[in-house]
Design a protein around this ligand. Structure first.
Ligand code: URA
Length: 179
């Protein structure tokens, strides 16, 4: 199902400026999955271009993984009010678009608990699973998923930055991406 810029499948449509589609190399083997667009993403129409995006860029640089060689997307494509976490029914409403984003990828990097929980269907403590690669059956899609920290965790947790950069390095190697 193509992403409709006028989508009204859930209540987030009422508060957004625009739908934020995936960015980067849309045919990449590797996809990074975040939570939801924030204010700047909502304004510019691209994922991870705000404060969390700056941390993501630092970790991508640490991993020598060029941003233009990967695809970046979010669990929901519209900004939740006040940057709250998306509700389960909003994640559910956006599921067809997420399935479209993840179909046929070599590896999905799930950034933080919202992305991880959307894919695994259960709650996890990110610190206990960080940088594990697991097999996931996501509504019939067979996925390899690397579980790791959300870039915004780097703001207050130095270990998260080290782990996230290490996870991105693992992902780069797994997909055979050259810098
Ligand atoms: N920006 C995004 O696009 N996604 C996030 O999860 C956070 C910030």
């Amino acid at each position: 199902m193509p992403l409709d810029p006028r989508c009204t499948s859930c209540g987030l449509s009422g508060g957004r400026r625009q739908v934020v589609p995936p960015s980067g190399d849309l045919n990449s083997c590797l996809v990074l999955l975040g939570e939801a667009p924030g204010e700047r993403e909502d304004k510019l129409g691209q994922p991870f271009v705000g404060r969390a995006g700056k941390w993501l860029d630092k970790c991508l640089a640490d991993a020598q993984l060029p941003r233009e060689k990967i695809m970046i997307t979010n669990t929901v494509k519209c900004r939740p009010p006040d940057n709250r976490r998306p509700e389960p029914e909003e994640v559910e409403a956006c599921m067809p678009h997420l399935m479209e984003d993840l179909k046929g990828r070599g590896l999905v990097v799930a950034l933080g608990s919202t992305a991880i929980e959307a894919l695994l269907g259960k709650k996890v403590k990110v610190g206990e699973v960080a940088n594990q690669i697991v097999d996931v059956d996501f509504h019939g899609l067979k996925l390899k998923v690397l579980l790791t920290y959300h870039p915004s965790a780097c703001i207050y947790n130095r270990d998260a930055r080290v782990k996230l950069a290490e996870g991105l390095r693992m992902a780069k190697e797994y997909c055979g991406i050259t810098a």
